[in-house]
Ligand binder design. Structure first.
Ligand code: NAD
Length: 345
């Protein structure tokens, strides 16, 4: 058994609070402290019984943790992450890596210069379903991957938009939610060559998009469409189908559909479709559920993984470079929807 890692959480908002619960459930770490600029009244914070700081510099000077989780708004990621890396404190940084590419590159460089691990918080990569899908694709069972269809349709309520940053640049569903889907689809299908997108704010009328359609061409030649909206009442999004977070009641539907020349796969409610005999639309198509041990608590899996990364037992599963890839695709999507053009990556 490894020594328990002492972790500080910076930013105790929506996501920071999820991390506090995950730390509590992990066998590999304990909560060291929290850093938060707002005075929180929540019962959760009061019950923590750890030092609370309002500035990361006090934490670094007075009471260094073994590692930190940064869950502050995207525009603060660079400043906070580099401060910790400079002090040789490993960072689990919430996604997206930053709100712009130049800043993401600085973060990656700092991790290299200060030789301190950086893990990006794409927690779906710690889900056994996603890893099972990767295995099926790699095995060749689906043949050559031709196309994929990804849906992120759900309805965010009014309360969610009380934080101003969620209605301005980078705070919409492309920056907050789609980046997860981009990370998964790149993990599953490889690098992207071209992007074309349309975005709209017609329903919510915020400064950022509420809906978008994204077309991708992968280097392999495969195509993909991602259709995203936070103003549609629907059960089809990874959030509502994977059951990773009890905050989202599960719908037992799927939101990813990946098709190849020999078969197709859908997940998170995972099954594959194929012909037992000759491939033909006139023959009955078979389907098979894939039995896997579901790992629903992906934030706990992520923190267990991070604890081992901190002890330098393993390398980060999701690197700064991975974070940069999805950010670059995200940037190309914004450019494409603004210019009405196909963008080469
Ligand atoms: N992995 C996921 O599924 C997921 C989900 C939601 C959000 N996120 C990411 O988590 C991050 C936070 O998002 P959120 O929805 O929790 O936002 P939030 O606004 O709910 O929380 C951010 C918190 O950071 C605090 N904060 C701001 N400046 C600070 C500072 N200088 N020092 C300390 N604390 C400070 C705020 O007071 C707030 O409590 C973002 O990067 C977001 O993209 C990830």
């Amino acid at each position: 058994m490894l020594k328990k890692i002492k972790i500080s959480v910076v930013g105790i908002g929506l996501m920071g609070q999820q991390h506090l619960k995950a730390i509590n459930k992990s066998k590999f770490c304990v909560l060291h402290s929290v850093v938060e600029i707002k005075k929180h009244e929540s019962k959760l914070i009061k019950r923590l019984n750890v030092p609370i700081y309002n500035n990361i510099n006090y934490l670094i000077k007075e009471n260094k943790p073994d590692a930190v989780i940064i869950a502050t708004p995207n525009s603060l990621h660079e400043k906070h992450t580099i401060e910790f890396l400079k002090s040789k404190i490993p960072v689990l940084l919430e996604k997206p890596i930053s709100d712009n590419i130049a800043s993401a590159k600085k973060i990656i460089k700092a991790s290299k210069i200060y030789r301190t691990p950086l893990l990006i918080g794409y927690h779906r990569r710690h889900n056994s379903i996603v890893n099972a899908v990767k295995k099926v694709i790699k095995s060749g069972k689906l043949g050559r991957i031709v196309s994929a269809n990804v849906l992120f349709w759900l309805y965010k309520n009014k309360k969610y938009f009380k934080e101003n940053w969620r209605t301005s640049k980078g705070g919409g569903p492309l920056g907050i939610n789609l980046v997860h889907d981009l990370d998964i689809i790149c993990f599953l299908l490889g690098p992207i060559n071209y992007v074309q997108a349309f975005a709209s704010n017609k329903i919510r009328k915020h400064k950022v998009e509420d809906t978008a359609c994204v077309n991708l061409i992968f280097k392999s030649g495969a195509l993909c469409t991602i259709n995203i909206s936070d103003t549609i009442v629907s059960p089809w999004s990874y959030e509502l189908t994977a059951g990773e977070n009890p905050a989202y009641p599960i719908t037992n539907q799927s939101s990813y559909f990946i098709g190849g020349t020999k078969g197709s796969i859908k997940f998170p409610n995972i099954s594959i479709w194929y012909y037992k005999k000759a491939r033909s639309w006139w023959n009955l198509i078979d389907s098979k559920k894939i039995k896997i041990k579901k790992s629903r608590e992906t934030l706990v899996n992520q923190i267990d993984h991070f604890s081992k990364v901190v002890q330098k037992k393993i390398k980060p599963k999701v690197t700064g470079e991975d974070g940069l890839i999805s950010l670059k695709v995200f940037d190309a999507i914004l450019k494409s929807s603004n210019l009405g053009k196909k963008i080469k990556l």
